[in-house]
Design a protein around this ligand. Structure first.
Ligand code: B3K
Ligand code: ZN
Length: 844
């Protein structure tokens, strides 16, 4: 496989003025006829005419009407071309029914659909498949299927054919086509300047009852983008299609978003509160791409964070506005630590803007997406809300219709604010999670905080330079009153002090409020200070983090020193969790403990080899202690969490149910599952049903419930994914690998479906002590199945391989077993480039 470098970027020698495509659909022999209008690109010097094309059967090619014989390889074609504008025509044949990689044009349950980002269009026809080549597209689809869709606005429709015309120049990765027997829920949105937009959410017959939420989420997103960013929609129709076989969550194709059915279909019976919230966020995310991604796109794939970081940031703002801002912030921090930190602190670490790659599909990562969004959050905090809005207006005004870089993005902020962002730019080029330590000094009445930042070496980057860290700080006096409200300290040096004068007594600092920078804060605050912040901090994130950090300390002590769970922490937390003035969703978050994976990382950083079984036991005994110590308040809490109104997936009800689920987890540790059984039997929505099932699985008392659940839901693929997943994810670690193995023999384990594969293998990887079982069974099963899936669907297989990214943390025996599995994979003949890159990086 070849490595591509950012520094080697050159523009393409030709511009594309317009593209006409005709598709004659047929499962094994689809004909694609293209007519592409090229002109020499005045901004380029190299006139090599190379068109990407893979797995295509070229039938014929013409230039300005005259037949030509291009030189064809398995990567594309080259050919002599005129030095004036010309038309290139080609007819190719492809086989969507045999496309198991789910990239390009493929079939899912009898329906045709496409996925072209990042480099899938080259599997449809010959084309300069790079995002800086933007063109208008007209598409004609010939097929007897009733619904024929492509990008843009609908044109003439007749018996057996349909035409579509997209007036907005776009890169090929935003091309989409869908054909099938589909039904739609339709609605209308009127933009704020009065234009009518027809909305359709297309699904397979039988799924219409799961479409209401998606359409509502779409309308909310369209309104929000007008109100908050001043961005209106720009076509007559907006189509969304739900597809069962899809490698990712969803795709923002211009005017025709394609969604994994799990990321759009919802009903109270079949979907949890978390599903509803996620669907709302993904619909918003894809919709917001219309401006941040489509109208303004990326010059090359190294700039992926330009659209993804910004769009994730925008969808978080949206969720914060639709629901609870503090709860959303805390959830984002939990997710960042669970997914991005391990990536940034292990062999797969890469900058938010990578500088090289072999397979771009391997870089749709938590770093590019979530850390990319954190970087924008820091920028906004540094320049302020008004300047952020001004900069965004300038971005849209200056770059509409262009393919841009991170330099363009930062320049807009520099021009709008007069700030020099040269140092800030390191957030895009330097990989690794910075560590921030702090010392306090109180002298006379001066209170001084001295911060030190260091970033450990990461692959390819031994030396790190100081980054710009926005550190939001508040100070509380010993009575618990806030004496210095949230203040932004701007750290730019490796070591830097900030003094607060005239402090009558030594304050307690509340540091990194709102998680103002994505760093690890090494702050050896005393247990008393943390307990004090847990009780008094006014910043919800910091208050939550105080509790989290006490939990972490208690767990680490019990792992290293076999101490009993910290009673003072449990009592302090109990006061919060039973405080009726606090949002139930926030209380539920307060009850959640650091993940076992996070604890393993903390131990590893302390120079201790993590023992997954000991970590599991420590968490279990803390939860048992919590249940015992809170025994008296659990019934009242459960009662408080009960919702009597008809089911709604809103923030208020979901918050209550989240609290109820946390309480049920504790109750199950006391009653062996009696309350959970009752909840399972009476549940009238999936949230209650699944939380009860989860509690039973964890208590190893779920046999009957699992059987009943399977009988009831065997006809619903998305619900069956939950069934497969939960019994592995929450299985007692010792049985997790064997149960996984047994479930791979279940007739419904349709492993070529990415959702089903992820439900099983992703859940094994998510069961920390189960995956890392000492005999290596977890590694072996995953290794075997990755190897098998790689032959059909390299993209999904390679993504899932990152389950091994922490393998070097563990003891010699586990390491030897993980290494053997990875090496076996690496040496497999015919391994995909996707997988070879991932495994190669992990083996180092
Ligand atoms: N842009 C798509 C992801 C495409 C994945 C390519 N392997 C989804 C999103 O971020 O909105
Ligand atoms: Zn995106």
């Amino acid at each position: 496989p070849q490595t591509v470098y950012l520094k080697d970027y050159t523009p393409f020698g030709y511009t594309v003025e317009h593209v006409d495509l005709t598709f004659r659909l047929s499962p094994d022999a689809t004909r694609v006829i293209s007519r592409i209008r090229f002109a020499p690109n005045p901004a380029a010097t190299d006139r090599t005419f190379f068109l990407h094309g893979e797995e295509l059967n070229l039938i014929s090619a013409r230039i300005d009407g005259a037949e030509v014989s291009p030189e064809v390889t398995d990567k594309g074609l080259t050919c002599e071309v005129p030095d004036t504008p010309f038309t290139f025509e080609a007819e190719v044949e492809i086989a969507p029914a045999r496309n198991t990689a789910l990239e390009g044009l493929y079939m899912s349950n009898g329906m045709y659909c496409t996925q072209c980002e990042a480099e899938g269009f080259r599997k449809i026809t010959y084309y300069p498949d790079r995002p800086d080549v933007m063109a208008t597209f007209d598409v004609r689809i010939e097929s007897d299927l009733p619904v024929l869709l492509s990008n843009g606005n609908p044109g003439p429709r007749g018996e057996g054919h349909a035409e579509w015309s997209d007036p907005w120049p776009k890169p090929a990765y935003l091309f989409a086509l869908v054909a099938g027997e589909l039904e739609a829920r339709s609605d209308v949105f009127t933009t704020r300047s009065g234009a009518r937009v027809d909305l359709n959410l297309w699904v397979r017959p039988g799924d219409l009852h799961k479409t209401e939420w998606g359409i509502e989420a779409l309308k909310k997103s369209m309104r929000w983008d007008e109100e908050v960013y001043g961005r209106e929609y720009d076509l007559d129709v907006f189509n969304i299609v739900a597809v069962d076989d899809f490698n990712m969550g969803a795709m923002e194709n211009k005017g025709l978003n394609i969604f994994n059915s799990s990321a759009v279909l919802a009903s109270p019976d079949t979907s949890t509160d978390a599903n509803f919230e996620r669907i709302e966020a993904i619909i918003a995310h894809e919709y917001f791409h219309n401006w941040t991604g489509n109208r303004i796109t990326c010059r090359d794939w190294f700039q992926l964070c330009l659209k993804e970081g910004l769009t994730v940031f925008r969808d978080s703002q949206f969720t914060a506005d639709m629901r609870s801002a503090p709860v959303k912030r805390i959830s984002d921090v939990i997710a960042l630590r669970a997914r991005q930190f391990p990536e940034d602190q292990g062999p797969l670490s890469h900058p938010v803007r990578p500088e090289s790659f072999q397979e771009i599909n391997n870089f749709y990562t938590a770093t590019v997406y979530e850390k990319g969004a954190e970087v924008i959050g820091m920028l906004k905090r540094l320049v302020g809300d008004d300047a952020y809005s001004k900069a965004l207006d300038l971005y849209f005004e200056r770059h509409d219709g262009e393919a841009c870089t991170i330099e363009d993005w930062l320049k807009v902020f520099e021009d709008a604010t007069g700030r020099d962002l040269a140092q800030f730019k390191r957030w895009y080029s330097q990989s690794g999670t910075p560590r921030l330590s702090v010392e306090e000094r109180y002298e006379g009445s001066d209170y001084t905080l001295t911060f030190r930042q260091t970033t450990p070496p990461t692959p390819g980057q031994a030396e790190k330079a100081p980054q710009v860290l926005p550190i939001a700080v508040g100070l509380l006096n010993p009575n618990g009153d806030e004496v210095v409200p949230t203040t932004l300290l701007e750290m730019t040096e490796g070591e830097q002090s900030f003094t607060f004068p005239n402090m009558p007594s030594k304050p307690v600092p509340s540091l990194l409020r709102g998680f103002s920078a994505p760093v690890v804060l090494d702050h050896e605050a005393s247990g008393e200070d943390k307990a004090f912040l847990l009780a008094h901090d006014t910043d919800p994130y910091s208050r939550w983090e105080a509790g989290r950090s006490l939990a972490r300390a208690s767990l680490i002590a019990s792992i290293l020193e076999r101490t009993e769970p910290d009673a003072a922490y449990l009592d302090g937390l109990k006061r919060l969790v039973t405080d009726p003035a606090l949002d139930p969703a926030f209380r539920a978050l307060m009850m959640s403990l650091p993940s076992q994976n996070e604890l393993a990382q903390v131990l590893h950083e302390k120079g201790v080899t993590p023992d997954p079984d000991a970590i599991f036991e420590a968490v279990e005994s803390l939860l048992r202690a919590m249940a015992e110590r809170w025994r008296d308040v659990l019934p009242a809490l459960a009662e408080e969490a009960r919702v009597s109104a008809p089911y709604a997936p809103d923030a208020e009800q979901s918050g209550k149910r989240a609290l109820g689920s946390a309480v049920l987890g504790l109750q199950t540790r006391l009653d062996g599952g009696a309350a959970a059984k009752a909840q399972f039997e009476n549940a009238d929505n999936m949230t209650l049903s699944l939380s009860a099932l989860g509690a039973l699985v964890r208590a190893d008392a779920a046999e009957d419930a699992l059987a009943a659940f399977e009988t009831r839901w065997s006809g619903d693929r998305l619900v069956m994914d939950k069934w497969f997943g939960i019994q592995i994810m929450l299985a007692p670690p010792q049985v997790a690998p064997d149960r996984t193995r047994a479930l791979t023999e279940h007739p419904a384990f349709d492993w070529t479906n990415p959702n089903r594969f992820r439900a099983v293998m992703g859940s094994l990887a998510g069961n920390h002590a189960g995956f890392h079982r000492a005999d290596g069974a977890g590694y072996e099963i995953l290794g075997e199945w990755l190897s098998r899936l790689d032959e059909k669907n390299p993209q999904t297989a390679a993504r899932m391989a990152s389950a091994f990214q922490t393998w070097t943390r563990y003891d010699d025996e586990r390491r030897a077993k993980a290494r053997a599995t990875l090496e076996r994979l690496y040496e497999k003949p015919g391994l995909s480039g996707d997988m070879a890159e991932m495994v190669g990086r992990m083996l180092g």
